[in-house]
Design a protein around this ligand. Structure first.
Ligand SMILES: [Zn+2]
Length: 289
């Protein structure tokens, strides 16, 4: 790097501060009570024939960045540090398509715990885990890691999106559409809309001709099955053809606002919003794999 000073001064403005650009001294100097770390983590996973495999990964990273900007606008004294995005997740379910890379729930637990414990060892207290991948096996790893960080280090850590996603709050809050969105589970209307808003050039126009594909993923029969076993031949569950960038913008901002309010309540040392009871029970019953 030719002029490190110049690069550093960039970070003093409104640019997002990324951990990978800091020295250990920069990190040591951060005020422990006023610094919060954001960890985007979502796998590469197939998202139908029309969306990139990085859909969840890009969304986790982009919503984290937008949330950091909003938090800084509201309170300049808070130091938000973006950790490098981790391209990992448990997504065994969709590995019968190329482009899905699944690691075990154990690995997810280890990764999240390792980031948190390294920070806690150096006196940091606040961590927001940003994931857009909502598979229960993935959340099992994240929630176990968070529990361990709270227990061992009294760290204030939260994952803001799953409690909202699993409480049906999106359909309550979303603009009226004239059709149900609850069954838009994977690469359907919601995610295709989101990508049309964020990355229109990455959405294949073939989404317009895809027929609706609805499956009940709550059924106990699906344990250990993969998408193709369930008749999901093209890798999406929902109705992508209805996708709309205006809805995508609403959905993106709704996710960002969820992160912003969760961050402020974490900094106020409030208890993070828990997962709904039935989701928690399902996660508990899942085997570690
Ligand atoms: Zn997704």
């Amino acid at each position: 790097m030719k002029n490190p000073e110049k690069n550093k001064s960039k970070n003093k403005g409104d640019a997002i501060v990324e951990l990978k650009h800091l020295t250990w001294e920069d990190i040591e100097e951060l005020p422990k009570e006023k610094t919060i770390f954001f960890l985007p983590i979502s796998p590469m996973e197939e998202h139908g024939p029309h969306l990139p495999v990085g859909t969840d990964f890009l969304t986790a990273e982009d919503t984290a960045k937008a949330a950091i900007q909003k938090i800084r606008q509201k309170d300049h004294s808070i130091h938000c540090i973006l950790l490098p995005s981790v391209p990992l997740g448990y997504c065994e379910f969709s590995t019968d398509f190329p482009g899905s890379f699944s690691v075990s729930s154990h690995t997810i637990k280890e990764v999240v715990y390792s980031f948190g414990s390294s920070l806690a060892t150096h006196g940091f207290k606040y961590l927001v885990v940003c994931t857009y991948h909502m598979a229960l096996g993935h959340l099992k790893g994240i929630y176990a890691a968070m529990q361990k960080l709270r227990k061992k280090y009294h760290m204030h850590v939260c994952e803001p999106w799953a409690p909202i996603f699993y409480s049906q709050e999106i359909s309550k809050a979303e603009p009226k559409l004239g059709f149900e969105t609850n069954k838009e589970l994977h690469a359907g209307f919601r995610e295709t809309s989101l990508m049309k808003y964020q990355y229109p050039y990455l959405v294949s126009p073939k989404y317009q001709n895809l027929l609706p594909c609805h499956k009940d993923l709550d059924s106990p029969r699906i344990v250990f099955q993969k998408l193709k076993d369930l008749g999901v031949t093209q890798g999406y569950i929902g109705n992508p053809s209805k996708a709309d960038a205006t809805y995508g913008r609403w959905f993106f901002n709704f996710t960002v606002d969820t992160y912003v309010s969760a961050t402020f309540s974490l900094l106020n040392n409030e208890k993070p919003r828990p997962l709904p009871k039935d989701t928690k029970n399902k996660i508990r019953l899942l085997f570690w794999q």
